[in-house]
Design a binder for this molecule. Sequence first.
Ligand code: PLP
Length: 427
Amino acid sequence: MDMSNEVSMGNEAAFSRACASLVGGVNSPVRSFTSVGGSPFFIREGHGSYVVDIEGRRYLDYVQSYGAIIHGHGDDGVLAAVMDAARKGTTFGAPTLGEVELAERIKAKVPGIDLVRLTSSGTEATMTALRLARGVTGRSKIIKFEGCYHGHSDALLASSGSGVASLGLPASVGVTPAAVLDTIVAPYNELPKIGEDVAAVIVEPVAANMGLVPASAGFLQELRRLATEAGALLIFDEVITGFRIAEGGASTLFGVTPDLWCFGKVIGGGLPVGAVAGPEEIMAYLAPTGPVYQAGTLSGNPLATAAGSAALRQLNSASYRMLAGRAEQLAFGLTKVIEEADLAVQIQRVESLLGIFFADEPVTNYREAVSSVERGIYAHFFHAMLKRGIAMAPGPYEVLFPGLAHTVDDVDKTIDIASAAAVEARD
Ligand code: PLP
């Protein structure tokens, strides 16, 4: 078998080769084309707002590694930091100042955070937050919202949107009833009853794994009040929203302070990082200062923390004005050209995050998201965009991630192409 990557190979051949050694040819189900049909293209490289596949085709990329990239692919500052770190060693199993710097940068941007625990993924961050909440409160139940995705740990996979929803799975085989016994699922944007046995309520403050569904006015504020009243912790899963929708993320944008934050994506600058963060009186329950155990061989990895710090260092209030401006231009243009094609569409947007629902009315929860997706238009629109050089996520429950590398011209081009794609998707 020729295992070199130098031979010229098309996407179809690459996918066949991948399927022979990787399950379904991918390492994360959201990368498969299962819900839109066809097979994925293989990326050779990415620069700024563009990616190039192994056949040399260029795509304007709105996936941006599902939001892990905010400065565009191959950002000079991030690359320099990673290369500098790599020359000094890739991992030690002992503390480095790079970890301290990343934690300090997170604290500096988000009021209310005293201490941070770095992990290697968002999944680990939410898992840790739940264990910590249970440890602190001595309670066992958690409340999550339908259509919110918090990673792939057993207790949080129930009704979880994103890839699980795209594949049409209610949850996952292999998750035992006992593992979800303490998980209560509530509809998004409806206030749940928080009983005395509830350790925590975990929420995406802007839901971005069932398409883009904003929290309705007062929802987060009321959750805060109810959680406090019930003695439960409020956990904001800011793995997507953190450092993307505002310099301090959702908690600063909405003026609601949770008890714990979960971060990922942007804080790794494109390398694997997650974090759980919060005030000292809660975070100190984690080992080694407290009794709640959590660990990781590669947690706080030198390359990942260097990339994360470089990414955060370059973000300021002007970045967020620019991001929101691009997203607004995109949302406005997409709405216009898709409606002109006689398709009912809702482009839902919070700052720089946006999602496309083919629906008559705004979508406010998972049930409404599913009924929009069941119209089946997204897959046609996706392919009509892709063949014209615009890459969106191959699943209807994902969002678009316009970033700092997307120019006004990129967005204009996207809107022009969407005009033709919408007509094709309709017919
Ligand atoms: N939380 C949210 C809101 C996410 O969107 C994701 C991933 O998309 C996760 C948690 C899990 O993060 P990871 O894929 O890094 O494990």
